[in-house]
Design a protein around this ligand. Sequence first.
Ligand code: DAK
Length: 257
Amino acid sequence: MNYHNILVSTEPPIAIVTLNRPKVLNALNSELMAELVEALEALDQDQAIHCLVLTGNEKAFAAGADIGEMAEAGAVEMMQRNNIARWDRIMRVSKPMIAAVSGYALGGGCELALLCDLILASETARFGQPEINIGVIPGAGGTQRLARTLGKYKTMELVLTGRTMTAQEAESVGLVNRVVPVELYLEEAKKLALEISQRSPLALKLAKEAVLKAFETSLHDGLDFERKCFYLLFGSEDQKEGMKAFLEKRKAVFKGK
Ligand code: DAK
């Protein structure tokens, strides 16, 4: 595919999708979002790819939705654009997604990182929901996903003041998995993606689904879902291979079957 706002590179078993509107700090306009959804869904279908890395550039992961695109819109128009459908499709990507964040991850940029399953940050990363400064509030999940990650008080502070968090602060409150020097953030994210990719793709998919279920359901129903996923994996060749390899003291070779 020919994309204008993103770059896609595949290095099986991983793929790297790079937001690429550097002049506007990767502001997420609708063309970029459409391309992003298309690329992520295609990679989700690609059996050779087991884990995805989503990144920007050193200065910005993304500084939010494109303000110019929505400044003059009315409420009904915003509703009819139904841009949130694209975000919902990203939420349904079944393979693990790692956000490799450097520089600004603000507004929709922070919300996009929150849609990923792991967040690896460079020491220059800045996370925040500054929508309050432009007369609105987060609209792509920020109030809900941050509250579930940081709890009420930190989330209120970020959403009500619009202040940004450093990478170190984000790590200390559990918003990022780890902070690495800026020159290493993409390499480290790729390494992590490769490490994850060594596991059974079937188990990865169900593991992701089960963890995400914890944010949407009661403990009882979540445990029930987890158990059914666990049993289901005993119908896979990968489970037989994984356990056999352990007993034979060798490395498992998973086929995603
Ligand atoms: N939109 C459009 N352009 C942006 C932008 C943005 N979000 N952020 C930066 N830019 C552009 C600037 O206008 C500037 O363009 P030129 O003037 O050079 O043409 C260029 O990027 C460089 O920016 P600055 O000159 O401002 O760079 P600085 O280093 O001085 O400042 C900054 C960096 C990140 C602090 C600053 O650019 C800034 O405050 N940016 C805006 C951050 C922001 O408010 N983000 C939240 C936007 S609202 C939804 C989906 C998503 C959303 C909501 C609903 N649904 C589907 C329902 C999300 C909403 C948002 O994200």
